[in-house]
Write a protein of this length. Structure first.
Length: 371
């Protein structure tokens, strides 16, 4: 005899479907975290530290990819080794979790591994996003010796496609070799990143097989951003292609390889809880920010470094001061009022306005794009 009356699921969950509990819990945690930054809490509270600080360490690159977001800013100088080490001291006191570098090609900075090793000894986890071109056996060993926690290698298709996209006939072989070497050296978190475009969407199934053969456990899929050379390339996915990408993830995630979408695809409407374990909102000003090439702090490496996007300069103020006092437009979510669509949107507290960079090309509202 049942001790409790059996309740029909429709009475407990009006939609009749079990909620995605993992997702709902993550959303609750995220909402609580965001409230720590709200205006109401600002006056008296110290803001929690960012979890990730990204360092856009150089704009120099040894490739010229068709979808690259690198804009044409030129810098008379990059932060010097001692300057970035001073900044790392501040990040360490703040208890930032992760310090990750991007570019350009970060390994073109001769002092990169010295800086990463310093960050590690200051108690920060470190990460690097690279095209893999410079990773031979000796470089892989040096990356291991610098205690780099996470390495992300870009791979945008099978050999011919990747080489065409990257404008270099050696780039595929070298990227695959880099994955093999870093696997051999047991980098704790090795992942592959693929920018899915009209040029490579037809081969992501075969690419998955290749990654399985290489022993890759984590695969980040993202879409092209409307910035830099990508603006002219016209390789963005249309809504049908986006949906087939979501289907691909739904069918293949966690089958030998964890597949996840990069955060420039924020709220996905009906697809959100089918292919994500938690909400993906733009982390600028809450979880993350970016140190630019010459020490200006902005939200994200994909944003152009302009007067409008800068929150302060590390040549004038400490990182702690900039983090405590900047980023108001993101923390106030001004966009949810300023954008008439967002203001009326029933999902605005799931989405929070989408990716700021995609917004520049009117591609931020995946929900509207799909419906
Ligand atoms: S209208 Fe705005 S808040 Fe709503 S889903 Fe689109 S981008 Fe997000
Ligand atoms: S602006 Fe877009 S790419 Fe940058 S952190 Fe926000 S969601 Fe990510």
């Amino acid at each position: 005899m049942a001790l409790l009356p059996t309740m029909h699921p429709k009475k407990i969950f009006p939609s009749g479907k079990m909620p995605n509990l993992r997702y709902e819990l993550a959303k609750l945690r995220m909402d609580y975290f965001l409230s720590e930054f709200s205006e109401r809490n600002w006056a008296n509270k110290k803001k929690p530290p960012p979890r990730y600080v990204l360092w856009d360490c150089t704009r120099r690159c040894n490739l010229s990819c068709i979808h690259c977001g690198a804009t044409k800013e030129t810098y008379s100088s990059e932060l010097k080794t001692e300057q970035i080490k001073d900044i790392l001291d501040d990040l360490s006191v703040l208890k930032v979790d992760m310090f990750a570098v991007t570019g350009g090609e970060p390994l073109l900075r001769r002092d990169l591994l010295e800086v990463m090793s310093y960050a590690y000894h200051q108690g920060l986890k470190t990460g690097i996003a690279t095209n893999g071109l410079l990773i031979d056996h000796s470089m892989a060993e040096r990356i291991k010796d610098a205690n780099i926690y996470s390495v992300q290698i870009s791979l945008d298709g099978l050999e011919q496609t990747h080489n065409r996209i990257r404008n270099n006939c050696q780039s595929f072989t070298k990227a695959v070799n880099a994955v093999r070497l870093l696997t051999k050296f047991r980098i704790p978190l090795l992942s592959v990143a693929t920018t899915v475009t009209t040029r490579n969407i037809s081969e992501i199934g075969e690419l998955r097989h290749l990654l399985l053969q290489l022993g890759v456990k984590l695969w980040r899929l993202t879409v092209v951003m409307p910035i830099g050379r990508a603006q002219a390339a016209d390789v963005s996915l249309d809504s049908n292609q986006l949906i087939s990408l979501f289907r691909f993830i739904k069918e293949n995630d966690r089958k030998g390889i964890r597949i996840y979408l990069g955060e420039n695809l924020t709220f996905l409407g009906d697809w959100e809880k089918k292919i994500r374990g938690g909400p993906m909102i733009c982390p600028i000003g809450f979880l993350a920010c970016c140190i630019g090439v010459d020490g200006n702090v902005r939200g994200c490496p994909e944003q152009p470094d302009t007067v409008d996007t800068r929150e302060g300069s590390l040549l004038e103020n400490s990182f702690t001061e900039i983090w405590q006092n900047g980023f108001k437009r993101y923390r106030n979510r001004e966009i949810l009022v300023a954008d008439p669509y967002c203001a009326e949107c029933k999902s605005k507290f799931d989405c929070y306005g989408g990716c700021w960079v995609m917004r520049g090309g009117e591609q931020h509202c995946i929900y509207r794009l799909l419906s």
